[in-house]
Design a protein around this ligand. Sequence first.
Ligand code: TXA
Ligand code: MG
Length: 315
Amino acid sequence: MSNILEFNEQNLTIAATTIKKGGLVAFPTETVYGLGADSYNAKAVAQIFAAKGRPTFNPLISHIAEIDMLKELAVPDARAYALAKEFWPGPLTFILPRRTSNSALDLVCAGLPNISVRMPNHPIALALIKQSGTPIAAPSANRSQTISPTTAQHVADSLGDNVDVILDGGACKVGVESTIIDLTTKDVVILRAGGLSKENLEEFLGEKVLLSHGNPELPTSPGQMLKHYAPKLSTRINVAPTDRQSDEFYIGFGDMDCDLNLSPTGDTTEAAANLFAYMHLAETQTTYPKIAIAPIPNNGLGLAINDRIRRASYK
Ligand code: TXA
Ligand code: MG
């Protein structure tokens, strides 16, 4: 029996009740599907790690539905509020000092002094958070080290019975995870490139935003683990159409011959929206034993795409 529920008032109530009781609900956001639990319920949060098969307790993003909820979890400053007003709801996650008074947040923060928070731009996610009456902690709704889910079916295929309810909201529009920025330092630092571009952030802030490279095997943002976004088949990147091998399923970009084209017009936003779905298709097709991906420019959402496919190609 499938635990995928179409979105309606009745199923929203079932989902919100599941969160309140300490269960797990997968829900759509504009970036990818999240595997949600009550941020304040450590037992429920622990279930997330179990369901994903995450080897360690990485900190999780808490999702909120109103800017007012931010100060319950974190200690936001004027810069954080300005960014929230400009980009929330949207694919941008803040790392801020956490409210230490709340020990219920220990597991969600993996014991760190900082917490990550975002307001997703999706009516189902916002409705679920509001009706649950609590911030919802949610990593991407997939088994650890597999490709992030952008449809309800991807979630069901990856997590099966390990999730109580999957709310179906169709395909995710942005298609790559949120941009994570560290707001605990003087300069704003991108810890993970994602659905909001560096250019957009810099334009709003009127200053350079730094890009963290860190040590990917020992990350401060564990999503930086090198083999994080791995498809099951061996994957090469930056492969020009002329270098494609006969045993490779070829994912193209721009005007070219290929098996699947991320964006025939060369648009990085469109390519981001297609990326994970095409990687899912590439790893489940049976004609070719390997995958190759065309070069993607580094501007706009290309930065996030190149980050994800570099990890996908890591051996
Ligand atoms: O778009 C997204 O961000 C999706 C949707 C569901 O919102 N969520 C997502 O979560 O991608 P996840 O867990 O797959 O990635 C969150 C990343 C992880 O790399 C985690 O280590 C990092 O954020 N992170 C979370 N809290 C942190 C903290 N307090 N300090 C440093 N890094 C943190
Ligand atoms: Mg993830």
